[in-house]
Design a protein around this ligand. Structure first.
Ligand SMILES: Cc1cc2nc3c(=O)[nH]c(=O)nc-3n(C[C@H](O)[C@H](O)[C@H](O)COP(=O)(O)O)c2cc1C
Length: 185
């Protein structure tokens, strides 16, 4: 079977981000499930300004091109005030513009979330699902990965050390690969 190309977006710019750590774990495990996950750095994007959307800044153009060439997008996001971080919304807004050039249009997507709280970013995850209706993404429903109490699941070095979470992420990736294949042209 051919390898599926996935763009991975983390909603946290923090150097020791648990979400980026989970995305790195997914990238690592993804290989054995036919997924080649490229992590895109959304921290390089300027704040969205509609004045610039017709001739987009270089980092925006590069992100849009990566997404357009990819078979799917994997979002891994923290929860900020019951929603997704502004940096992730900023990336989504850039990716959808200008009108008629929505790079996310019709792409399959997966969402995982990590939080230090007890709900694992569930509220942010559901908010992201709502947001992705606008760009016309097809988000996989199940299985859901919401990693709670993140500080107990990762090592100092950012390795995912919790076995039950490792298992859930692997199950997620198997299902995600199947989901993305359904949209192959
Ligand atoms: C501005 C801000 C708002 C936050 N709001 C929430 C929240 O609503 N729910 C929650 O579970 N955690 C919240 N947190 C805590 C995050 O879960 C925690 O900082 C987490 O480690 C962020 O993910 P990261 O490690 O990938 O950066 C918030 C953190 C910040 C900085």
């Amino acid at each position: 079977m051919n390898t599926l190309r996935i763009v991975g977006l983390s909603g946290s710019l923090r150097e020791k981000s648990y979400n980026t750590s989970l995305l790195r774990a997914a990238k690592h495990y993804g290989v054995q499930h036919g997924l080649e996950i490229e992590i895109a750095d959304i921290g390089l994007l300027p704040l969205f300004n509609q004045d610039d959307e017709q001739s987009v800044p270089a980092h925006v153009g590069a992100l849009k091109e990566k997404i357009e060439k990819a078979d799917g997008v994997l979002f891994v996001t923290p929860e900020y005030n019951y929603s997704i971080p502004g940096v992730l919304k900023n990336a989504i807004d850039w990716a959808t513009r200008p009108y008629g050039k929505n790079s996310l249009n019709g792409k399959p997507a997966g969402i995982m979330s990590v939080s230090m709280g007890s709900l694992g970013g569930a509220r942010a995850q559901y908010h992201l699902r709502q947001i992705l209706v606008g760009p016309n993404m097809y988000v996989m429903n199940h299985p859901e990965v919401m990693v709670a109490a993140a500080h107990e699941k990762f090592s100092e070095a950012g390795e995912l050390i919790d076995e039950s979470t490792q298992k859930k992420v692997k199950e997620f990736l198997v299902a995600f690969a199947e989901w993305v294949r359904k949209f192959e042209k």
